[in-house]
Write a protein that binds this ligand. Structure first.
Ligand code: PNS
Length: 162
């Protein structure tokens, strides 16, 4: 197999994302982890910060690169000459939403989406939930890479002090 894109908001990357990225990297020659830019959604981290954290967290995976894209995911796939999108599935809620996007992307471009069943260790994780728990002082140790965890606590403290 050749290349695949792992797209997402990654605000910030969690250990659940990294599990899917690592497993995609074991199946494909080249994986492009892509931070999708959504102008209508203000993130906790800037796109550059998210890229930086993803790069740090994937240094052990030589066939993984990190990029960002604004616009349709399938246009990015076309530009990079990649024929597959890889997504993690945590459960039925993910499936309903992901199936619809996969079918739309297939219809638009012929690019197929391949799903990886999330490792049950991480299936309860989402960036949003981790941010919420950490904001209210809950312990999110082990849910994120250590460096991302530190940056998350710093950003939450900065926001609280504003
Ligand atoms: O991490 P997320 O927020 O669940 O990721 C969703 C994302 C960003 C991968 C999805 O919304 C997406 O692909 N957006 C890019 C715009 C696009 O192509 N929209 C049409 C999807 S069928």
């Amino acid at each position: 197999m050749t290349g695949a894109i792992c797209p997402g908001s990654f605000d910030p990357v969690t250990n659940g994302h990294l599990d899917v990225i690592g497993r995609a990297a074991a199946q494909f020659d080249r994986v492009i982890v892509t931070v999708m830019i959504n102008q209508n959604k203000r993130g906790l981290f800037t796109v550059d910060e998210r890229i930086d954290m993803l790069r740090d967290a994937t240094t052990d995976l030589p066939n993984v690169e990190v990029a960002s894209w604004q616009g349709l995911l399938v246009d990015f796939a076309r530009e990079r000459g990649v024929g597959a999108i890889v997504k993690g599935l945590r459960g039925a809620n993910d499936f309903d939403y992901e199936l619809q996007m996969a079918q739309m992307n297939q219809k638009l471009s012929g690019v197929d989406t391949l799903f990886i069943a999330t490792n049950p260790t991480y299936s309860y994780l989402s960036s949003s939930l981790v941010k919420e728990v950490a904001t209210f002082g809950g312990d999110v140790t082990g849910m994120l890479p250590d460096e991302v965890h530190k940056r998350l606590l710093t950003r939450i403290a900065e926001r609280a002090g504003q």
